[in-house]
Design a protein. Sequence first.
Length: 58
Amino acid sequence: MKHNFYDVKMKKKVQAEVTKAVKFGKGTRTRYAFKAETKDGRSLTAFVKKEDWDKFKK
């Protein structure tokens, strides 16, 4: 699955293949995110809605 990420070093949006879906926090403060990697090995993180996170997990 591809998703749009913001590459801080390049200062632009890039599209990358999602490698995993992660969850941060506990209880009502839970945040959902996708992780990916650039071609040169840097990690990318994009916070997403729970519905999008659930679609990837299935």
